[in-house]
Design a protein around this ligand. Structure first.
Ligand SMILES: [Zn+2]
Length: 314
């Protein structure tokens, strides 16, 4: 099959072996897949991954024609982890396109049946390609109850920041999204979400919750300084390498730091179905799988948002 393969570097392979299903697994024909910052980090050496990357995708079950998306944390059929929350932290898991399991930048991908979710008819393939990162944004509300009276800030106007801000907006809280790019913040403004340039931050340390989604180690410190004492700092960025951080400030202000990763697919699908979030303005370019290297170059370029790959013409 056609696939993008990461060995010492990323390359297109027109003849990669197609996957064979193990017990309790399905083969999904991939229609669309999105490039995530994690994919760019994998190419730089994050996780030491070798194989087919790609974990944000929608596809079709070959036998039934049903459209599906899939959670990325995979455990064997014998594992006691039945719930997505357990699978997400199962010590025996492997992770689609990130850790020891081939992902979705390919014609077919092998996925445990337990990880599949049917895509409602009202959700297009382009929208469904965002379910995985949108679920990750929903995970913030799983971990931190945000009240309508809370002051919440989202720092970072990249792909994930724009999704986090839209999810937090559903709570009715006092929300401000901060970033560096007026054109990206405008996507949120059009949905009635208040935004500001991070450089124009007033210096007010009054936020109850700050979501750090800059994708850059420097975001931690600014996020911390926006918080009131005993506020909550939610970390969404993953990258290769370490984050320099003023942990004394965390101690003195008694900040709760919450790491936040994969989230509920059913909630993400519901938000898309009810049009409570709009992901389509995040698409900045699309490429066929054969041009995967160009797609990655585009995703790395300054100012890029979501780059999609059109894989199966179905
Ligand atoms: Zn991702």
């Amino acid at each position: 099959m056609r696939a993008l393969v990461l060995k010492d570097q990323l390359s297109f392979d027109p003849d990669y072996p197609a996957p064979a299903p193990a017990p309790g697994e399905a083969i999904v024909r991939v229609t669309r897949a999105g490039i995530c910052n994690t994919d760019l980090e994998l190419v730089k050496g994050y996780m030491g991954f070798r194989g087919i990357p790609g974990h944000e995708f929608v596809g079709v079950l070959e036998e039934t024609g049903e459209r599906v998306v899939a959670e990325i944390n995979c455990v064997g059929p014998g594992s006691p982890s039945r719930d997505w929350r357990e699978r997400s932290q199962d010590p025996g898991r492997d992770t689609l396109g990130i850790d020891r399991r081939d992902g979705a930048f390919a014609e077919w991908v092998r996925v445990p049946l337990a990880n599949l979710h049917r895509v409602p008819g009202a959700v297009s393939d382009d929208e469904a390609a965002f379910v995985e990162p949108l679920a990750a944004a929903c995970q913030i509300l799983e971990q931190v109850p945000i009240r309508p009276t809370d002051r919440a800030r989202v720092l970072g106007d990249g792909k994930l920041g724009l999704l986090c801000a839209q999810v937090l907006a559903t709570t009715g809280c006092d929300l401000l999204a901060l970033g560096k790019h007026p054109d990206k913040l405008a996507i949120l403004e059009r949905r009635g979400i208040r935004t500001a340039l991070a450089a124009d931050w007033s210096g007010a340390r009054d936020a109850d919750v700050v979501v750090e989604a800059t994708g850059s180690p420097a975001g931690f410190d600014l996020a911390r300084r926006m918080l009131r004492p005993r506020g909550t700092l939610v970390l969404k960025s993953t990258f290769a390498g370490l984050t320099p951080a003023d942990l004394t400030g965390v101690v003195v202000d008694e900040i709760a730091v919450i790491g936040s990763r994969c989230g509920p697919f059913d909630a993400a699908l519901r938000l898309l179905e009810r049009k409570q979030v709009d992901v389509l303005p995040l698409i900045c370019a699309r490429y066929p799988l054969e041009q995967g290297l160009q797609a990655f170059a585009r995703a790395r370029a300054p100012g890029a948002l979501k780059v999609l790959m059109d894989i199966s013409p179905f």
